[in-house]
Design a protein around this ligand. Sequence first.
Ligand code: SF4
Length: 450
Amino acid sequence: MPKLHLITYGCQMNEYDSERVAGLLKHARYELTESPEAADLILLNTCSIRERAEEKVFSQLGSLRRLKSANPDLLIGVMGCMAQLQQGRIQERAPFVDLVFGSPAIARVGELVARARAERRPVIETGEGPLVKIATPPDGTRRLKAFVTIMEGCEKHCTFCVVPTTRGRERSHPPESVLEEIRGLAARGCREVTLLGQTVNAYGRDLTPPTDLADLLERVNAIAGIERIRFTTSNPYNLNRRLMRAIREVPKVVEYLHLPLQSGSDRILERMNRGYTRARYLELIAEIEETVPDIALSTDLIVGFPGETDEDFQQTVDLVERLRYDNVFAFRYSRRPGTPAAEMPDQVPDAIKASRNTRLLTVATRVAAERSRALEGRVLPILADGLSRKNAREATGRTRCNRVVNFDPEGQDLFGEVVPVLITQALPHSLRGALAGREAVLQAAGMQPG
Ligand code: SF4
């Protein structure tokens, strides 16, 4: 059997695409290998979000070139965002690459690989293709958690972002195809799904008849075997009360919302073309906290966007303090060629970005630790998903708010079970807990054991 080695960079969408590619190529009899030396086909699934990500790919291609010299039958392909955006540069800097294709062509990967092998000249496929739901799982092993793409593309045009160029316009997969994929996953033992889209809460408005994420969540909730439903990434512009109510009322939807803020300053938000103000974002958070009092929040922030002053930055820090995020993903702004922000004046020097980033992470870490400590003494349902990395005798799992909890399984194999765990200690990156008996559950609920 020919061997496939896959290298994935970037976001969850890319992880998901790589899984699908592995599944599709399995039908073409390709077997996954961990070793690039043993491979007949090497695919790099690339990311264009930051310049550094692209440089990593070129340097990786440089090392793969040596393998290709030793084995001229080896096929090397580049897929994903960078393939879509930089096909010219890839051909120029790495002319030995046999195959370049963007996300829309993933469904045809088997045919493209066969063509590259037969024609022995580079195959380039980066146009927009029909939207195809690829539900082919990568292997037969039981997977407790899975990502499911429910929409592709984005039409928001934030001035720092390449996604609208690399992934095209917003297109939703019909609910039936999403539900069929999740039913298949549940039948193979999956307990938790994360519905993916660049602006996932804009789901369904392009379909005929139109639908929305709240409706889809209810339908996924009805699938037996699935215990938890997550979704990401939501855009503040599209967040509405209907979705907030769905988070509260649809039982399997977890109380967790990732809502990118990007900046706490109106001036910067406007330059980013985010479509909301600081006041509107605060209003949304107040509404969600009122609707779902136990909600855990996380966010993305960009540090050092062009024109960001110390005062703008301080407004971002203030919001992190005020909103008490469970998790903050902070990124230093990096210029993406072809985006409006790359041409803006007042680019912030790297040293200032670095020091602001450190200041922001210090506050974010403190706030997250306080949130963790607030969980001590509570009994939480934990989806056990394996063994602790540090101690193989301990089980590990996640809360509904996505925190890692390590606990003694008391000799039981709990993989895939949802179990009550008393949180005993908040550590910097995880929680410690103990399996909770009936008494602890009642105590946590404020009731006397009877
Ligand atoms: S909403 Fe997200 S994916 Fe869309 S343009 Fe803005 S940052 Fe990029």
